[in-house]
Write a protein that binds this ligand. Structure first.
Ligand code: 4AD
Ligand code: MG
Length: 465
């Protein structure tokens, strides 16, 4: 079916119907030629590849042709023919051109080739029209689709958890407050702090840092659920791997022990990487050529290997014995930094690693406590070039253990009474994890900065578009 009165370029390039009259629409990538014949490379975002429009100059109005510059949008009517040149199977001999929108070459930033990725971030409103961002956005779409496919095929139910919540799942306090109070003159309690009981929700609310807690409530009914939505963290980390607004996929499963959780994480991520190789190869080849010559090889190697499963304590020993001088210290009880994670994955094992049984002090309150009294059944999946791509755990299902941990950590019971109720009524062993969608995309696209795998990144001091 043709929609929008045109055939998509992805379909046209596969078409065998040479001799047929067709209509294409898109944005001009380049124009070259001479006073007799000109070649326009047109792209409509349906594929990385352009269709070549062949223009017999004497048949056209000179003033129209002059307006066809990089970035302009046009409709071309003509005949599909086998291409005379190499590089493309078919091209269009143009009869008629309608210009929808010009792009003054003096002013349009897309005119110049070879802009840096840093500069393109400053023109995030136009960068989707570059080859790079076309590829990234198509892969982003394909991965989102594959995620739903995977869970649907495996009987998981897609659950929508709230974006505005009163809870701090990770307990890190890195939350954006949501309020309708007059911030110039907020109501105050006697001790001078803001009185949120007068706020819209009658209590302090924030943008969610994770859908997990609500996910757990529904896993205790539907047994296997997943969330896939935006999450927000007001952490002031200006790194190539952190966003203030990112998307997270969080499956939560009743009856899964930590081993089942690891099996699911490994199978899931391999499925996604394979899906990208099977469905996005043109875009991957482009990104490999432009940015990362070992991209496809790295993607294949992840599918083919068994992930290493290692305890935190063993990981610390390996790092201590490595002889490497890390910027951050390594000792039992400290959280791992990305340099440590990458050493384990890239240098020591040369494979993805699932690290388990972390010290309880560096992990969230909900993780299942081990009998040693020191560690919890956490699991982080560590990936080459990325470090942590997944964080998860088996959950503490015992009411008594959970309540004592909550008291130990000073979490007010009145904030989590509803969560505790799942442990009082029909509790069950259960597990789950969170995959950072943009971290996955960093891995799959080979891009080096997380700002380049989301259309409009939110980072400290940056929310222009
Ligand atoms: O390890 P995290 O904080 O775990 C959770 O939020 C759990 N509630 C997940 C769960 O068990 N359901 O975050 C999970 C993942 C990280 O491994 C990382 O991939 C990603 O989310 N992530 C970020 N991605 C981009 N920018 C940030 N600031 C991120 N923080 C975490
Ligand atoms: Mg984590």
């Amino acid at each position: 079916m043709t929609r929008g009165g045109r055939i998509k370029i992805s379909d046209l390039l596969k078409s065998k119907e040479t001799g047929k009259k067709i209509v294409v629409k898109g944005w001009v990538r380049t124009k070259r030629g001479n006073k007799n014949i000109q070649f326009i490379a047109l792209n409509d975002g349906s594929t990385i590849h352009n269709i070549q429009l062949v223009v017999d100059v004497p048949n056209f109005d000179e003033s129209t042709l002059k307006l066809i510059t990089t970035g302009a949008c046009l409709k071309a009517e003509g005949t599909l023919v086998e291409s005379a040149g190499s590089g493309q199977p078919v091209e269009v001999l143009v009869d008629n051109i309608t210009i929808y929108g010009t792009a003054d070459p003096e002013k349009c930033p897309l005119q110049k080739k070879g802009h840096s990725l840093e500069f393109l971030r400053e023109i995030a409103h136009l960068r989707p029209r570059t080859n790079t961002f076309g590829s990234v956005l198509r892969i982003r779409h394909a991965m989102a689709f594959a995620i739903h496919n995977y869970f649907n095929d495996n009987g998981f139910k897609y659950l929508h958890t709230p974006i505005v919540t009163g809870s701090d799942c990770e307990g890190a306090g890195e939350m954006f407050v949501v309020t309708t109070l007059d911030m110039n003159n907020p109501p105050r309690k006697e001790d001078g702090t803001i009185d949120y009981s007068e706020d819209f929700f009658g209590k302090q609310c924030n943008l969610t840092v994770s859908g997990q807690l609500e996910g757990e409530l529904c896993a205790m009914a539907l047994s296997e659920i997943y969330t896939f939505g935006p999450t927000f963290r007001a952490e002031n980390s200006n790194t190539p791997r952190h966003l203030a607004e990112f998307w997270m996929i969080e499956p939560e499963m009743a009856f899964y022990e930590i081993e089942d959780n690891m099996d699911l994480a490994e199978d899931f991520i391999k499925y996604l990487v394979k899906y990208a190789l099977d469905n996005c190869i043109d875009d991957l080849e482009f990104l490999q050529k432009m940015y990362d010559e070992t991209l496809i090889e790295r993607l294949k190697s992840v599918i083919e290997c068994d992930f290493i499963r290692l305890e935190y304590t063993e990981g610390i020993e390996i790092l201590k014995n490595s002889g490497v001088k890390f910027e951050f210290p390594v000792s039992w009880g400290l959280d791992l930094q990305s340099e440590h994670e990458r050493y384990l994955v890239e240098k020591h094992f040369k494979k993805p690693v699932i690290l388990t049984n972390y010290p309880k002090e560096i992990k969230a309150f909900y993780m299942k406590q081990n009998d040693d009294g020191k560690t919890v059944r956490a699991m982080d999946v560590l990936f080459p070039k990325i470090g942590e791509i997944i964080g998860g755990s088996q959950r503490e299902e015992s009411y008594d253990k959970l309540i004592s941990r909550i008291e130990e950590m000073g979490i007010p019971e009145k904030d989590v009474w509803w969560y505790l109720d799942t442990r009082r009524f029909g509790t069950a062993p259960h597990s789950g994890f969170g995959l950072g969608f943009e971290r996955l995309l960093l891995f799959v696209t080979g891009m080096a900065n997380i700002r380049d795998v989301i259309p409009f990144p939110r980072t400290p001091k940056n929310a222009e578009f």
